[in-house]
Structure formats: structure tokens, C-alpha cells
Design a protein around this ligand. Structure first.
Ligand SMILES: Nc1ncnc2c1ncn2[C@@H]1O[C@H](COP(=O)(O)OP(=O)(O)OP(=O)(O)O)[C@@H](O)[C@H]1O
Ligand SMILES: Nc1ccn([C@H]2C[C@H](O)[C@@H](COP(=O)(O)O)O2)c(=O)n1
Length: 226
């Protein structure tokens, strides 16, 4: 049986049987973490298409806010993006919360969110817990584990392919990778201690990573059907 067939069968069963048992009026949140270029966005998009999640990328929301001509925080966001540092949580959590509210206002059943690139440091974590802790259900954390040099090469290739991102260059990437080690890994460790981390080898080709991701999701949601 080909990979595509397995994927289609798993996703059909997932949508009809496995998502429904965890529906609630609060948003269900799966945090997605990993180094820059680990493939978080690529894999989230695949899951959205076949599994009915809503993908919210913190980085994308920040770039969209930065691009608004009248944004009061646009310059601050751009400074953090190019420096590879982390935007204050008040801004990022506000954008995420607003996107969730807007999504669920259109369709209350759309309450399963992949929150990609968040929480990235202690400020993110504390801000989320105080603002969203009792307004959301954090189900688990997907950790895309990928070799640093592989991450760097992928981002540089993405820049050369015309991403237009001001941080797909060697200087910014070195800083982003440092921030990832210093600030994001402790957050992954924190969730790991709570047994909430599902670790995925993200150094493999896209289809192989995706297959492992499907198995991880399937296994998780099977707990709700037994
Ligand atoms: N498994 C993979 N193998 C090879 N290339 C990949 C793989 N996954 C993603 N890529 C490519 O690597 C680049 C980075 O992927 P992606 O944007 O999904 O990473 P990301 O973790 O979301 O990065 P960032 O945190 O910088 O936004 C993209 O050009 C993507 O096409
Ligand atoms: N929680 C977050 C997420 C992202 N940013 C900023 C800083 C990152 O380097 C940049 C790009 O994010 P990505 O697209 O790689 O997820 O956006 C942040 O400050 N806080």
C-alpha cells in the first residue's frame, strides 16, 4: 500500500472518529516546536489539509502584523526577527488569541489548533499560562528534532529560493539557533517533564516525517476511543 493511501485512510478515520471525542468549547491546542527550518510549517500544512486542524504560526502572525502600515509594534517585531530574539508575549499571545477567537466565531467546531513556533521562551510560556491557561486545553507538544546544520541549510535554501524573509541569512540564523538552544529547549524540557512531548525525527525526507507524524497523532487520539 502506498504512503498516500495510508495517509488518506488514517486521516479519514482520524477526522470521523478521533477528533470528535476531544471536542470542547475551549480551543484544543497542540504546540509545535523545533529549530528554525526543522519543518514545522511544512508538516503543519499537511496536517491541516488532511486532518482538519487550524494552523496558526506565531512567526507568520508576527510578520503579518509587522507588515501593516499603521502597526504600532511593527518596528519592534522586525528588530526581534532580524536579531533572532523573541517578541514580548503580550504581542504574540494577543495575536494568537485573536486568531483563535476569529476562527471559532465563524465556526465553533473549528477549535483544534496547531500553534506553531510558540511558546518559544519563558516569557511566552508564562504569558500564555496567565492569559490562556484556563481558556484553552493544551493537549501536547510536537517537537521536530533536527540537526542544527540541516536546519541552517534548509533556511538558507529557502532564502535563496526567494522566501523574502529578513531572517533567512547566516547572521540571523546563527542568532536564531542560539536563541533556540538557550530559550526554547528549556521549554521543551519543561513539557517533557510533564510527559507532554511527542518527539519526531525531522531530519528525514518530508514524506517520511509526515508518516511518523500521522502515527504520533493517531496514537495520541486512540487514547480517547478506548
Ligand atoms: N523534511 C524535510 N526535508 C527537506 N526539506 C524540508 C523538510 N521539511 C521542510 N523542508 C524545507 O525546509 C525549509 C524550512 O521548512 P519550514 O518552513 O517548514 O520550517 P520551519 O520549522 O517552519 O521554519 P521556521 O521556524 O524558520 O519558520 C522549507 O524550504 C521547506 O520546504
Ligand atoms: N513565539 C514567537 C515566534 C516567532 N517569533 C519571531 C522571532 C522568530 O525568529 C521569527 C520567525 O518565527 P518562525 O517563522 O521561525 O516561527 O518570529 C517570536 O518572537 N516569538
Amino acid at each position: 500500500m502506498c504512503l498516500r493511501s495510508i495517509f488518506q485512510i488514517a486521516s479519514r478515520r482520524f477526522r470521523t472518529t478521533l477528533v470528535n471525542p476531544v471536542m470542547s468549547s475551549k480551543p484544543n491546542v497542540v504546540f509545535v516546536l523545533g529549530g528554525p527550518g526543522a519543518g514545522k510549517g511544512t508538516q503543519c500544512e499537511r496536517i491541516v489539509k488532511d486532518f482538519g486542524y487550524i494552523h496558526l504560526s506565531a512567526g507568520e502572525l508576527l510578520r503579518a502584523e509587522r507588515n501593516k502600515p499603521n502597526s504600532e509594534v511593527g518596528a519592534l517585531i522586525e528588530k526581534h526577527i532580524t536579531e533572532g530574539t523573541i517578541v514580548p508575549v503580550k504581542i504574540t499571545c494577543g495575536l494568537l488569541a485573536q486568531a483563535m477567537v476569529e476562527t471559532m466565531a465563524v465556526d465553533a467546531n473549528k477549535n483544534n489548533f496547531l500553534v506553531d513556533g510558540f511558546p518559544r521562551n519563558k516569557d511566552n510560556l508564562d504569558g500564555w499560562n496567565s492569559e490562556m491557561g484556563d481558556k484553552s486545553n493544551v493537549r501536547f507538544v510536537l517537537f521536530f528534532d533536527c540537526d542544527e546544520q540541516v536546519c541552517m541549510n534548509r533556511c538558507l535554501a529557502r532564502g535563496q529560493a526567494g522566501s523574502g524573509r529578513s531572517d533567512d541569512n547566516v547572521d540571523s540564523l546563527k542568532k536564531r539557533i542560539q536563541t533556540y538552544h538557550d530559550s526554547t529547549m528549556p521549554i521543551i524540557d519543561y513539557y517533557n517533564q510533564q510527559k507532554l512531548v511527542r518527539q519526531i525525527n525531522a531530519g528525514r525526507p518530508v514524506d517520511e516525517v509526515c508518516l511518523v507524524l500521522i502515527i504520533v497523532l493517531y496514537t495520541y487520539y486512540c487514547h480517547f476511543t478506548v
